[in-house]
Design a protein around this ligand. Structure first.
Ligand code: SF4
Ligand code: SF4
Length: 126
């Protein structure tokens, strides 16, 4: 059983058990940016046993000076290209970017807990 997670400086906690019945609302739904750093690009390409020069145009797009992971449309939902709805899992889980690892503890949500609760059913008031 996964324990409830807390982070210093955040007014909420997170229950990872909620992920089991959630269908990955954080990887799907509204279109968004999933930023990857240069090191993360190299790690994900390595994980997929791909050359970086092949990986970048296939899975990423440029947003200003950063790279973001592409999405695919599933009905009305925009899903991360690495999200697999059949297994409800991430195809690059071991190499997923920091942005994914640190969700739902993003600075952005510190002052937007109501918005976060609409996205993630695992959020608990503390
Ligand atoms: S939205 Fe929240 S509960 Fe759902 S998969 Fe993502 S982290 Fe888990
Ligand atoms: S990389 Fe994995 S964890 Fe991150 S949004 Fe895509 S499917 Fe979700």
């Amino acid at each position: 059983m996964s324990a409830v997670m807390k982070e210093e400086g955040f007014d909420y906690a997170f229950n990872p058990q909620a992920c089991e019945s959630c269908q990955a609302r954080c990887c799907t739904g509204e279109s968004g940016y999933i930023y990857v750093t240069k090191n993360e690009i190299e790690s994900i390409a390595k994980f997929l046993k791909m050359d970086v020069n092949e990986f970048v145009p296939k899975y990423l797009f440029k947003k200003m000076y950063k790279y973001s992971i592409k999405e695919k449309k599933n009905g009305e939902s925009y899903e991360c290209i690495f999200y697999d709805s059949k297994t409800n899992g991430c195809g690059i889980y071991e190499a997923r970017p920091t942005q994914c690892k640190t969700f739902p503890f993003w600075d952005y949500y510190k002052t937007r807990v109501d918005e976060l609760k609409l996205e993630c059913p695992g959020i608990i008031d503390v």
